[in-house]
Design a protein around this ligand. Sequence first.
Ligand code: GLU
Length: 481
Amino acid sequence: MVRTRYAPSPTGYMHLGNLRSALYEYLFARKNNGAFILRIEDTDTERYVEGAVDVIYRTLNDIGMYWDEGPDIGGDFGPYYQSERRDMYLPYAEQLVREGKAYYCFCTKDELTERRAEAEAKGETWKYDKKCSHIPYEEARKRVDAGESYVIRQNLPESGEASFDDVLYGHIAVDCSELDDMILIKADGMPTYNFANVIDDHTMNITHVLRGNEYLASTPKYNMLYKAFGWESPVYIHLPQVMRDAHRKLSKRDGDAYYEDFTRAGYLKDAIINYVALLGWNPGDEREFFTLDELIDAFSIEGLSKSPAIFDINKLNWMNAEYIRKLSPEDFHKNALPFYEKAGIAHMDAGILTTILQPRVEFFAQIPDMVDFLSKLDENYSIELFTNKKSKTDAQVSKTVLEMAIAALEKLDDWTLESVHDCLLSLAAEKGLKNGTMLWPVRIAMAGKQVTPGGAIEIAILLGRDEAMRRLNLGLAKLSE
Ligand code: GLU
């Protein structure tokens, strides 16, 4: 049975690169009727970020990537917080020590610093010099029992190669002479990530590991551990980095790439997950739009790509806009409402707002800027805005039009899309004017800008009769100065 795991360290919030690893692990498990396991790798207490675990739960739940085993729901291979497994690791390390595949190391920080400086002075790159590997086991054991501080290091051969086969990257080999005897158990008794991930993946029966390729170089060492224990290693599929551009990778430090920043800015989770899925994977045909279920269906390891995926905000915006267009008017309104509130237009006609905004919005946080003129007119707008070649208007024409429009609108009994529309257009027809010649000055006077979502009539209704008339009169006054 396929078992995959998403194993985040709560050392920062979830950016789109993390999300992609989680997604591929999830898709692969679901596609193969396997299990998707959530393991929180929280042994690095110094880098622990408060709230990061909640973000992980929230994000996966929000998207609907439910896990089959995890810290909150348990499972047969728990605990699923690495910190709660802390007592499991030492016996495994001690087993390796007894077999000569690892050793107790008593070198102090100062000694190591000194020897490193000496090596570097000779122009050598420092790696641990295996000094403590020569201490006989019995003697080392006595020092441990006497309470001396120690770490446990992996005892790597000094020659030969350490290697593994990656599904995407092929055979990855490192010369053992280049490898450091890495620490398995730290002085505080906690395992290093390097050790814990091997023990956990094995004891949790993980069959496939999909993770960022920053682990590609360490995996030969992990494989040496599997060999030392005589265990079968999982299938490794390292994923190319998600890049900000051709040179820089998208990192946790780039605040703008956090999942929750996108949702807060009014990106739809379905669009985000669709976009993220395509960062390094393609279905092998022209399809671009996928629900989570469709992704499960379409996902395959063969579709993964080795070349770095570049995070393209324009593409995400385009995709999000496509998802927004497909929302029902009710759902559009629900998503837009917080931004209407921010823009001070929540009291305005929801139907009209949806009509004018749904075709234009790429993400909901754009709304306040797009509609700033609705809540407050910038009264200092230039009267040059009234001049428009296509509508055949200039300041003079606009003044005449506004005079007529104001007089006609004042006589209206009610103020609806229909009544304002009929009033202005019949006026234009009566005076032999193009519709544009009538509507352009009205829109400029009501918006104070040339580019607006919606036209003169919609804006008039959104503003309400009093405010619309006030603005028309103000425009007329400006043109009369
Ligand atoms: N805890 C590691 C990280 O968040 C996971 C690496 C792995 O998947 O093995 O980067």
